[in-house]
Design a binder for this molecule. Structure first.
Ligand code: NAD
Length: 504
């Protein structure tokens, strides 16, 4: 059933398909599914119900080594890296189409694994992932070398070549899409890949690898090693024959990736890490209702488990009460926790019991530090079996409080009032993160000033979370140093070779 047909499924239909699902639980190396060398497994749990979905292969350093060898062998053979660009493009176009055609399987696996509403998968993650492969396929024959202007006795040209073996280490909040953001540019540039999905959401990666072969991709080019971060992720990042780690995840682990690179072969590392995004609403905002609606979507979408979640609501004191009132009112119906397999559900559970505990811990810290709980703050009634936390709002927050400083990665928003633009920018920048920010104003000069002064990789003006594949996605400061999407990402997966000929 393809993407369009999947849109017509109702709750009963999704549950029926979920009951029939038999996920592949092994790992994918050299074109085939294999068990972990030691035969170990770990449990994959549905956070909406607490039920075990599958026992998944738990790899270790030996499995990583096997996958890297397979990727290296494929790379050296030239079967992918030297394939004519048009042929590589055709395979990735077909692959994008196959992602759309397997919409039901992908939607179910990610929703059952991490609790995301199925409608988000159908309307956003699956089309977005297919588009990612399509976009990077389109760039394949747009990577040019160069002939430089030099002395008449010399001839100098610069080639752009793939790096070799790329290790992609990804998080659980958008399992398919984050894997697509990493794997697509790596493959498009001619590299071979070893993907390590998060242990909380391992299952869709196996379908990705299987479909690559179905699309005509050669064996060994796309490998998946399942397992834990400290075992498989670490072994991959320390491996002497991996040329690059493309990482998305927490700032803490992003820093470790850089350490592992230094401890091993100085491999390239790009990191996309956490955030504490400010949404700044100025007193001259043209339409307060629109700003409030975007603010609500910006923090409660995907259960707040979003790197750019707009968790700090910086509101002009003049607007504060009106903003909070409307935010409370509109939040009552905007995100209501429920069964993620129901296409009408707008909010699912958090990914695990640990994550639920962590988020509830932040809510307690907010109360202890003197912030006012405006609504939410607890596990919703009737949903105690799952890992749910209700949408939550704190007012009376200052930027020194833990809930304003640390990435909560859950549906918790904090309102921080400010007096003028200078103070808003100061608060916005008073963070170790710098992934994104938004500013709401009807004054174009103020918009430009704020965009200039805010220290973030993405600044939205009078919107939030708008963008397409041309938008560089990545942060300033400790939100990381890589960029996803965009043409620049493709270049990050290549290296230049200077060929200098003396022609006499
Ligand atoms: P995480 O850092 O715990 O894990 C990310 C990946 O790293 C997982 O595959 C995990 O298994 C692996 N890993 C964990 N410990 C490791 C270790 N010691 N060595 C090697 N690998 C290890 O992050 P998470 O909890 O899965 O994801 C949430 C984080 O991801 C948040 O901080 C969020 O902001 C960030 N994120 C950032 C972006 C972005 O584009 N900037 C996008 C999505 C998520």
């Amino acid at each position: 059933m393809n993407l369009e047909q999947a849109k017509s499924l109702d709750k009963k239909g999704w549950h029926r398909y979920a009951g029939e699902l038999k996920p592949e639980t092994r790992m994918f190396i050299d074109g085939e599914f294999v068990d972990a060398k030691k035969g170990r497994t770990f449990k994959s749990i549905n956070p909406a119900t607490g039920e075990v979905i599958a026992e998944v292969a738990r790899g270790n350093g030996d499995d990583v080594d096997r996958a890297v060898k397979s990727a290296r062998k494929a790379f050296k053979s030239g079967v992918w890296s030297r394939m004519a660009p048009r042929d590589r493009m055709d395979i990735l176009y077909r692959y994008a189409e196959l992602i759309r055609e397997h919409a039901v399987e992908f939607a179910l696996l990610d929703t059952l694994n991490m609790g995301k509403p199925i409608s988000d998968m159908i309307n956003s993650d699956i089309p977005g992932s297919a588009l990612t492969f399509q976009y990077f396929a389109e760039t394949i024959d747009k990577i040019d070398g160069q002939v430089t202007n030099t002395a008449a006795t010399e001839f100098h040209y610069i080639l752009r070549e793939p790096l070799g073996v790329v290790g992609c280490v990804v998080p659980w909040n958008y399992p398919l899409m984050m894997a697509a953001w990493k794997v697509a540019p790596a493959l498009a540039a001619g590299n071979c890949v070893v993907l390590k999905p998060a242990e909380q959401s391992p299952l869709s990666a196996n379908v990705m690898a299987r479909l690559f072969i179905e699309a005509g991709g050669p064996a060994g080019v796309f490998n998946v090693v399942q397992g834990l971060g400290e075992e498989v992720g670490k072994a991959l990042a320390l491996h002497m024959d991996v040329d690059k780690i493309a990482f998305t995840g927490s700032t803490e682990v992003g820093k470790l990736m850089m350490v592992y690179a230094g401890q091993s072969n100085m491999k390239r590392v790009t990191t996309e890490c956490g955030g504490k995004t400010p949404q700044i609403v100025l007193g001259d905002v043209e339409n307060l209702d629109t700003a409030v609606e975007y603010a609500i979507n910006g923090i409660y979408g995907n259960q707040g488990e979003v790197c750019n979640a707009g968790s700090r609501l910086l509101v002009d004191v003049k607007l504060h009460d009106a903003f909070v009132e409307r935010f409370k009112e509109k939040s009552k119906t905007a995100f209501v926790p429920g069964d993620p397999l129901d296409p009408k559900t707008s909010m699912g559970p958090l990914v695990t019991k640990e994550q639920q505990k962590r988020v509830l811990g932040y809510i307690s810290a907010g109360k202890e530090e003197g912030a006012t709980l405006a609504f939410g703050g607890a596990v919703p009634e009737g949903l105690e079996a799952g890992c749910y936390v209700a949408p939550t709002l704190f007012t009376g927050v200052n930027n020194k409080m833990k809930i304003a400083r640390e990435e909560i990665f859950g549906p918790v928003a904090a309102v921080l009032p400010f007096k003028d633009l200078a103070q808003a920018v100061e608060i916005a920048n008073d963070t170790s993160y710098g992934l994104a920010a938004s500013i709401w104003t009807s004054n174009v000069n103020i918009a430009h000033k704020a965009a200039r002064d805010i220290e973030a990789g993405i600044v939205w003006v009078n919107c939030f979370d708008h963008g397409d594949m041309t938008q560089p996605w990545g942060g300033y400061k400790q939100s990381g140093q890589g960029r996803d999407k965009c043409f620049e990402t493709m270049l990050h997966h290549t290296q230049t070779k200077s060929v200098w000929m003396h022609i006499g």
